[in-house]
Design a protein around this ligand. Structure first.
Ligand SMILES: [Zn+2]
Length: 194
């Protein structure tokens, strides 16, 4: 999921990472709308190994570089049920949340708010999401945990879990708005700008 400021700011340099001792991170290019990987369900994560830990850290770095608050594995071309979320923008280490095989187990309330997606840059739309959600997932080591989210965090969880099911926020928009965005993207693609 993209930050509100996505369109106005240049991507942050990877070199801004404060921990000097940590290895340089791979910044993945983000797959854009139109790539079929975004519209198919991801495979469950089964191997909780060092490679997955590397992937999680690279995904956080890629997400911060793109000014996002969530990034799902299909958005970097990996069709798996794996996502990272941080609504603090990397300011608080406790804000880093890794979600392997997440499921929403409870949802309550409704909030209608503007939403964007790193895979659909430059376009936003109002989406109704639950105000509160409870998510069951596994961490990067495979340990199960439960987490609750409210407002933006609840929205980020729902948006990223949608990605793992092959669903984009466009599908939550009204038909007119959705078709308008699709037409504009088609035009951009023709012009070689997508
Ligand atoms: Zn997204």
């Amino acid at each position: 999921m993209s930050d509100k400021s996505t369109s106005s700011k240049a991507p942050a340099a990877a070199a801004e990472t404060p921990q000097m001792s940590s290895p340089p991170r791979k910044i993945y290019p983000i797959v854009k709308y139109g790539d079929p990987v975004l519209e198919k369900p991801g495979a469950p994560v089964k191997n909780f190994d060092a490679e997955l830990e590397e992937l999680a850290e690279d995904m956080f770095a890629s997400m911060y570089a793109a000014q996002g608050v969530g990034l799902a594995a299909p958005q970097i071309g990996k069709s798996m049920r794996f996502a990272v979320v941080d609504v603090t923008g990397g300011k608080n280490p406790e804000g880093k949340i890794v979600l392997a095989n997440p499921e929403v187990t409870h949802a309550e309330g409704e909030v209608r708010e503007e939403e964007g997606c790193l895979s659909i840059p430059g376009f936003r739309g109002y989406v109704v999401r639950p105000q509160f959600v409870t998510v069951n997932a596994q961490n990067v080591k495979g340990e199960p945990f439960e987490i609750r989210g409210e407002n933006l965090l609840a929205r980020a969880f729902c948006h990223e879990i949608d990605h793992l099911n092959g669903i984009l926020f466009l599908q939550h928009l009204g038909m007119l708005k959705r078709d308008m965005i699709r037409r504009k993207i088609k035009k951009l693609r023709k012009q070689g700008e997508w």
